[in-house]
Design a protein around this ligand. Structure first.
Ligand code: GLN
Length: 188
């Protein structure tokens, strides 16, 4: 039985819930999909997905609710998209609470404001995907343990470190389940 949690403190958690359900069904595994709102919820998970939203707000709530402590103590693999990617970073260009699980520096809103949102075809791990970018961050610097899995020109937009994965865009806003399946397989 695999237990995947969707952090649901703020942001677009419901889209991740829907697409993760599809991904888990496709993989034909026995699963439980949980909404993570408390440390108790987090402690039951084999992997947690952190959605887009406001990373400052999500980070503060994760500290207050002790979800951050549980993730670090139990070494729970994290898949972060957009604000989720910001939270995985060791460092950003803001003062904000972070998980600091990935050796990278992230610049928030690197592609401009909401009105500058865009969609673009991107390559990740040998496949083509639709990248939906909404006030998206970019990765400015990575340590040697971080694997770069996607770029637009010279800008890093996807990385992995161990079982943690971070993407600057929103696969949950497409119908494509492959990246969710990839993360779930990593934690199986
Ligand atoms: N700019 C937001 C942040 O840094 C992330 C935007 C998003 O998740 N769509 O928190």
């Amino acid at each position: 039985m695999i237990r995947i949690g969707i952090l649901n403190l703020q942001g677009d958690a419901s889209e991740h819930f829907q697409i993760s359900k599809k991904a888990l069904e496709n993989l034909k595994v026995e699963y439980q999909l949980l909404n993570v709102r408390t440390a108790e919820d987090a402690s039951q998970c084999n992997g947690i997905i952190i959605s887009g939203g406001e990373s400052t707000v999500i980070g503060k709530l994760m500290v207050e609710n002790r979800i951050k402590d549980i993730i670090l103590q139990n070494k729970i693999p994290i898949f972060g998209t957009c604000a989720g990617m910001v939270l995985l970073a060791k460092e950003t260009d803001y003062e904000q609470p972070l998980l600091e699980l990935m050796d990278m520096k992230v610049k928030r809103n690197a592609f401009g404001r909401q009105k500058d949102s865009f969609e673009q075809e991107i390559d990740i791990l040998g496949g083509k995907y639709t990248g939906v970018f909404i006030r998206a961050p970019a990765i400015e610097k990575v340590g040697e343990d971080v694997q770069i899995i996607s770029k637009i020109d010279d800008i890093i937009i996807g990385v992995k470190q161990g079982k943690n994965m971070a993407l600057a865009f929103h696969p949950e806003l497409t119908e494509d389940t492959r990246l969710h399946e990839y993360f779930i397989k990593e934690v199986l």
